[in-house]
Design a protein around this ligand. Structure first.
Ligand code: PEP
Length: 242
């Protein structure tokens, strides 16, 4: 199991449904990893490409974008945590807003999936975040609290789980909260219950080369979950640069 406390920050590339073998070869050839060994880089390709990237990785970790809450059995099309372990996958994004919205994943399912990962020594990166409507209604903190309460399993702790705060309205839109708002929300997550105090909390939502340093430099931000910009190796390398 990866020792999260060995790292000061985490940079997680969420490739979503993008990439092929040629893209991966070019990406790896053009990627410049940070010199600072305390920065942990995690690449999350499609499930089909996990094996290939795992065999070709050098200096970064591999993460999946989803896992089944079931161990094995008659669940056609699902991917088990055992299969992820077989491919040397160490991390898994769980409860991304696209899974919550498009695939109707509920906190309870996210909780079970995270528990399954923890039980098998993989690190869940549990995503939480408010929609634009919820933000405009002024219920962001209430939404985050409910997601945290119900999607983080009781077996979770700061050594086996990462939290990613991703305002849904900031994902893929080019919009980001103000630096002050990111700082305040991360502090809220950290302080909202004692258990979360020492967790690594990442920010996600339109992180790019031009804003990454300011965002990840905030005291309560322990790195970033990056979508669009992680598909561009040169830009991703700037985000990672020391
Ligand atoms: C994401 O997919 O988790 C994400 C943050 O995407 P983007 O960086 O493109 O907003």
């Amino acid at each position: 199991m990866i020792k999260l406390s060995d790292f000061s920050s985490f940079f997680v590339a969420n490739w979503k449904l993008n990439g092929n073998f040629q893209f991966i070869d070019e990406f790896i050839n053009n990627l410049m990893l940070p010199k600072d060994p305390s920065k942990c880089v995690v690449i999350c390709p499609t499930a089909i490409h996990l094996d290939y990237i795992s065999k070709n990785k050098n200096g970064f970790y591999v993460g999946a974008q989803n896992v089944s809450e079931h161990e094995e059995g008659a669940y056609t099309g699902e991917i088990s945590v055992d299969s992820l372990s077989d491919l040397n996958v160490n991390f898994c994004i769980i409860g991304h807003s696209e899974r919550r919205q498009i695939f109707k994943e509920k906190n309870e399912e996210i909780n079970l999936k995270s528990e399954r990962l923890i039980d098998n020594g993989l690190i869940p990166i549990i995503c939480i975040g408010e929609t634009l409507e919820q933000k405009e209604k002024g219920i962001t903190k209430k939404v985050l609290e409910e997601q945290l309460m119900n999607s983080v399993p009781s077996s979770s702790n700061f050594e086996n789980t990462i939290i990613a705060y991703e305002p849904v309205w900031a994902i893929g839109t080019g919009l980001t909260p103000t630096i002050e708002d990111i700082d305040e929300t991360h502090r809220y997550i950290r302080e909202h219950n004692e258990k979360l105090n020492k967790y690594k909390i990442l920010y996600g939502g339109s992180v790019k080369a031009s804003n990454a340093k300011e965002i990840t430099g905030l005291p309560n931000v322990d790195g970033a979950l990056i979508g669009g910009a992680s598909l561009k190796p040169q830009e991703f390398s700037v985000i990672l640069a020391d």
